[in-house]
Design a protein around this ligand. Structure first.
Ligand SMILES: Cc1ncc(C[n+]2csc(CCOP(=O)(O)OP(=O)(O)O)c2C)c(N)n1
Length: 311
């Protein structure tokens, strides 16, 4: 595989702009690396027969919730889906509670009954039922509009979830009632085993437009640039202008723990788009130091949680 292109923004004069890491804090980069280490560890635990059930990792998509988190406030609600570990970790920075939840060990964030996909903590709620979260998020957005103006409901969905009718009922009401609803679509081009092209007529942008809802497409993995791009539109959400943000992203891993139906070429293309080697190339010393720390942290978390009593 050829080396990934260096990640750079270009100014109008086409002069090289700053590296993506220039504006990124150690805390944000560590969070991306912690999510990567967490998800890699989960697949490893599965391979060693130490996890039951199933799990869907967000490998390749870690930068999405980290970028969003910089635009969200503590009083906002976050609704997540089956691929939600990164969403949870970006919100609550709690790998111990999440791994204990997934493994059904003491210290589990939901007593071990929710597992990987069904987690509630404060203003965070995830569901494995595709599309279910949108109408619920609409209801919460209406409540926020009435009682806590300025707060918003943010809901993460995949591209395949646009096959669910509940998505359109929610978009319709959000537009009609001017709800503070932020829909984040992680468009990784595939739903389990069905490519987007076989699944969706038209486009996500066209579907948002049908409801008179703003749409933004994000094509970069540069967290600082993403925040700069989305900041005005997210502020407008808080004033009651719903928004669909579509991230063009890539799923590095299998759909869940071992079911990858993609061709070798498709997988190679996903890897070539990965943020991880680009960020590593942009600032090798800082990246290596923070990556080693994140891996050591998650190794210690896993050793601790594996040794705990059942919840
Ligand atoms: C209502 C419903 N139908 C089917 C499923 C099974 N299912 C789980 S994930 C998935 C694919 C979701 O694809 P997408 O929304 O693109 O998200 P991605 O997995 O790519 O992150 C399906 C069909 C489900 N969980 N809920």
């Amino acid at each position: 595989m050829s080396a990934p292109a260096p990640l750079r923004e270009r100014s109008h004069g086409d002069a090289p702009a700053k590296s993506p890491l220039t504006g990124l804090s150690d805390q944000d980069l560590s969070l991306m690396l912690t999510i990567r280490a967490f998800e890699s560890t989960l697949l490893d635990l599965f391979d060693r027969g130490m996890l039951n059930g199933t799990t869907h990792t967000c490998l390749g998509q870690e930068y999405v919730p980290v970028a969003l988190e910089g635009l969200l406030a503590p009083g906002d609600h976050v609704f997540s889906n089956h691929r939600g570990h990164g969403h949870y970790l970006a919100r609550h920075r709690d790998p111990e509670g999440l791994l204990a939840e997934i493994m059904g060990r003491s210290g589990a964030v939901c007593g071990g009954v929710g597992g990987s996909q069904h987690i509630r903590r404060d203003r965070y709620l995830s569901t494995g039922v595709q599309g279910e979260s949108l109408p619920v998020a609409c209801g919460v957005a209406l409540h926020l509009k009435r009682t806590e103006p300025g707060a918003l409901a943010c809901v993460y969905v995949g591209d395949g979830t646009f096959g669910e009718g509940a998505v359109y009922e929610a978009l319709n009401i959000a537009s009609l009632w001017d709800l503070p609803l932020l829909v984040v679509v992680e468009n990784n081009g595939i739903a389990q085993s069905t490519p987007l092209a076989a699944n969706m007529a038209g486009s996500i942008a066209g579907r948002a437009a049908a409801f008179d809802i703003e749409h933004r497409r994000v094509d970069t993995v540069d967290v600082t640039a993403i925040r700069r791009q989305l900041d005005p539109a997210v502020r407008a959400v808080r004033e009651g202008r719903p928004l669909v943000v579509e991230f063009a992203t890539h799923r590095l891993g299998p759909h869940s723990k071992g079911d990858d139906t993609r061709s070798a070429q498709d997988i190679a293309e996903a890897r070539a788009a990965d943020w991880y080697p680009r960020y590593a190339a942009a600032d090798p010393e800082r990246f290596a130091r923070l990556d080693a720390a994140a891996r050591a942290h998650i190794d210690a978390v896993a050793a601790d949680v594996v040794a705990r009593e059942p919840s």
